[in-house]
Design a protein around this ligand. Structure first.
Ligand code: XBP
Ligand code: MG
Length: 261
């Protein structure tokens, strides 16, 4: 983007959820899918490596269908396939809720600090995710308290847009609700699909990687970091960190620096 297109004030930060706010995939969504398969008397089991492969498809219902097409094609032969997948996925969401209520999945380093700092500085915050809306509530409430969803001005999630990431639809939807231009915002993502979605919406994008996404292609990211870091435990820079970046943790000032780089 041409620097003249930029408004150098950061107005909003758009957070992805899974893998960005918390490491929900391996020990949250994955076991929830497996519990739903058991409930439906299916012998399917998604282990950690297989789940890594399946994560190329965003959206739980879409992921189930992709898995069936690739590994369980006999099971596709039913008249009520769409409704059956919806039912299986509803069970998965119920199991995910129970897992979140146990409170065993913490927020990633720096997330809570940054959310509160942005709020204190009147920088607006929003969510742009492919996960089911209820899952956002379960995660936020289990980590930040009962009123946590109120911290976010806009929550864009799940099936409200026709196409999930890597399509930019959810980011356009959130930008539209915020009435902001992409040049006034920054996205924080953890995956290649998320980066593609945010970039296609014109957003500067900061990546914090995790176990599943470390090896992905993050060309076009403003910076790729291990996590947001904390003052007493800085992030590890993986690539693209601007030379002028003078902090080892991400705060509002650092995001402004990335936006205007
Ligand atoms: C998250 C997803 C979601 C979750 C599961 O991607 O792809 O599908 O894995 O949630 P992102 P649901 O972090 O890019 O938003 O089963 O509710 O879809
Ligand atoms: Mg993600």
């Amino acid at each position: 983007m041409n620097s003249t297109d930029k408004n150098d004030t950061l107005k909003a930060v758009l957070f992805d959820v899974d893998g960005t706010l918390a490491d929900t995939e391996k020990d949250g969504h994955r076991p929830a899918f497996n519990a739903a398969f058991e409930e439906f008397n299916l012998s399917w089991h998604w282990d950690v490596p297989l789940y890594g492969e399946l994560l190329q498809v965003t959206g739980g219902k879409e992921r189930i269908r992709f898995y069936m097409e690739k590994y369980q094609s006999d099971a596709l032969d039913r008249n009520d396939l769409d409704a059956w997948i919806v039912g299986l996925h509803k069970a998965k969401t119920r199991h995910f809720k129970a897992l979140m209520e146990r409170g065993e999945i913490p927020l990633r380093p720096g997330i809570k600090r940054l959310i509160h700092e942005l709020r204190d500085r009147n920088i607006r915050i929003a969510i742009a995710t492919t996960t089911t809306p209820e899952n956002v509530t379960y995660l936020l409430q289990s980590t930040l308290g009962d009123d946590a969803t109120g911290l976010f001005e806009v929550i864009g999630a799940g099936d409200i847009v026709p196409q999930k990431k890597p399509a930019p639809d959810i980011y356009f939807w959130v930008l539209d609700r915020l009435q902001l231009k992409p040049a006034q915002c920054i996205a924080i993502e953890d995956s290649e699909n998320g980066l593609q979605a945010a970039r296609a919406a014109g957003l500067t994008t900061l990546i914090t990687v995790n176990h599943y996404t470390l090896q992905q292609n993050f060309t076009g990211a403003a910076a790729v970091l291990s996590d947001l870091g904390e003052p007493d435990q800085g992030f590890t820079a993986i690539s693209n960190l601007p030379e002028a970046f003078d902090k080892s943790w991400v705060n509002a000032g650092a995001l402004m620096q990335l936006l205007n780089h």
